[in-house]
Design a protein around this ligand. Structure first.
Ligand code: NAP
Ligand code: GLV
Length: 307
C-alpha cells in the first residue's frame, strides 16, 4: 500500500511522515511531489488541484481537520472517499474555548479587568444564568460536546441541527422551519456548523437581529458563516453586547479589518480546536486499515450534503 502526504501551508510534514510510518509498518508513506506514483490513500491539508488531478487511484482522502469546506471546492478523483477528523482531541478543546468565552462574557470579566487596570475596586450585580440561554448551531461531533460542557455550568442550552438530535439536557430545534424559534430563545449564540451552501452567511442581520437583546456571538466554525458588516452594525446599535471570533473570511485577519479594534469584539487566531498530530495519526491509520479490510468507518463526508 502507498500513502501520499500532501500538507500545505504551515503544517510541519516530517513528524507526520514519521508518525504515519510508525503507525502503518510495511506501508510506503511519502510526501507527494508532482509526478509521484499513484497512491492508495492520501493525507491532506489544502492540497493543490494538481495533486488531485494526478492521483486518480485514491480510495481515501484523509483531511487532517474537521472542516472539509475548502477540500470540497476542488475537483476530487471519482472513486475517492473524503474522510474528516472525528474529534481526535478537538472536542474537549472546543468545549474549553467556548465555555471560557461564555463565562468571560457572563461574569463580565473584561469589565473587571478594565476596572482593576484603572485601580478601581468595583462590584457588578450578579447575573442570573437563566437569563443567558446558550444556543448552539450544529450538534455534531464538536457541538454536542460543547452543549454538554455548557449544560454542566447550568446555563439553559438549546441546539439547532439539520435533522432532529436528542442530546440530554439540550432543547433541540431542527431545520429552517425551527431556526427563528431557536434564535429568539437564544442570548449567547455559538456557531459550530460546517460551512456549506446552506450555512454560508447564516450569521447575517436577519438572523442575528432575532437573538434576545444583549445577545453575544461566539463563532468558532468558519469566517464565511458571518456577514462582518451586519455584526458590526448590530453591535454598534446596541442590540448585540459582543462577540468572540476565532475564524474569519480572510485568515490571517487583515491588519486593516475593523474586528481588530472593535471594543466589543474579541479576536483569536483560529485556535479554538487544533489538530493534535499524535491522536490524528492513530485515528487515520486505524481508518485506513479498516477501509482496506472493507469495514465501515466514521467521518466519511457526504459531498452532496457538504459535510
Ligand atoms: P459535524 O460533526 O459534521 O456536525 C455538524 C453539525 O451541523 C450537525 O449537527 C449537522 O446537523 C449541523 N448542520 C449541518 N448543516 C446544517 C444546516 N443546514 N442546518 C442546521 N444544522 C446543520 O461537524 P463538527 O465536527 O462538529 O465540526 C463543525 C465545524 O467546526 C467544522 O465543519 C469546522 O468548520 C469547524 N471547526 C473549527 C475549528 C476551529 O479551530 N475553529 C476546529 C474544528 C472544526 P445533523 O446533525 O442533522 O447532520
Ligand atoms: C479546523 O478549523 C478544522 O476544521 O479542523
Amino acid at each position: 500500500m502507498r500513502i501520499a502526504v500532501c500538507l500545505t501551508n504551515t503544517t510541519k510534514v516530517a513528524p507526520w511522515l514519521a508518525g504515519l510510518r510508525e503507525a502503518l509498518p510495511g506501508t510506503l508513506v511519502e510526501e507527494w511531489a508532482p509526478g509521484a506514483p499513484q497512491a492508495d490513500h492520501a493525507i491532506v491539508w489544502a492540497p493543490p488541484q494538481r495533486f488531485l488531478d494526478e492521483q486518480q487511484s485514491l480510495k481515501g482522502i484523509f483531511n487532517i481537520g474537521a472542516g472539509v469546506d475548502a477540500l470540497l471546492k476542488l475537483k476530487l478523483p471519482a472513486r475517492a472517499r473524503v474522510v474528516r477528523i472525528d474529534d481526535g482531541g478537538m472536542a474537549s478543546q472546543m468545549a474549553e474555548f467556548v465555555c471560557h468565552a461564555l463565562i468571560r462574557h457572563f461574569r463580565e470579566l473584561d469589565c473587571y479587568e478594565d476596572d482593576v487596570r484603572n485601580g478601581a475596586w468595583s462590584y457588578r450585580r450578579p447575573r442570573d444564568r437563566a437569563d443567558y440561554p446558550v444556543g448552539i448551531m450544529g450538534l455534531g461531533v464538536l457541538g454536542e460536546r460543547v452543549a454538554r460542557a455548557v449544560a454542566h455550568f447550568e446555563f439553559p442550552v438549546l441546539g439547532w441541527s439539520r435533522t432532529p438530535r436528542a442530546v440530554p439536557g439540550v432543547r433541540g430545534f431542527a431545520g429552517q422551519e425551527q431556526l427563528d424559534e431557536f434564535l429568539r430563545a437564544t442570548r449567547v449564540l455559538v456557531c459550530l456548523l460546517p460551512l456549506t451552501r446552506e450555512t454560508q452567511d447564516i450569521l447575517n442581520a436577519r438572523n442575528l437581529a432575532r437573538l434576545m437583546p444583549g445577545g453575544y456571538v461566539i463563532n468558532v466554525a468558519r469566517g464565511a458563516h458571518l456577514v462582518d458588516d451586519d455584526l458590526i452594525a448590530l453591535l454598534d446599535s446596541g442590540h448585540l453586547a459582543g462577540a468572540a471570533l476565532d475564524v474569519f473570511r480572510t485568515e490571517p485577519l487583515p491588519a486593516e479589518h475593523p474586528f481588530w479594534r472593535h471594543r466589543k469584539i474579541t479576536v483569536t487566531p483560529h485556535t479554538s480546536a487544533r489538530t493534535l498530530r499524535e491522536e490524528s495519526i492513530v485515528q487515520i491509520a486505524g481508518k485506513i486499515l479498516a477501509m482496506e479490510r472493507g469495514e465501515p468507518i466514521a467521518g466519511v463526508v457526504d459531498p452532496q450534503r457538504g459535510y
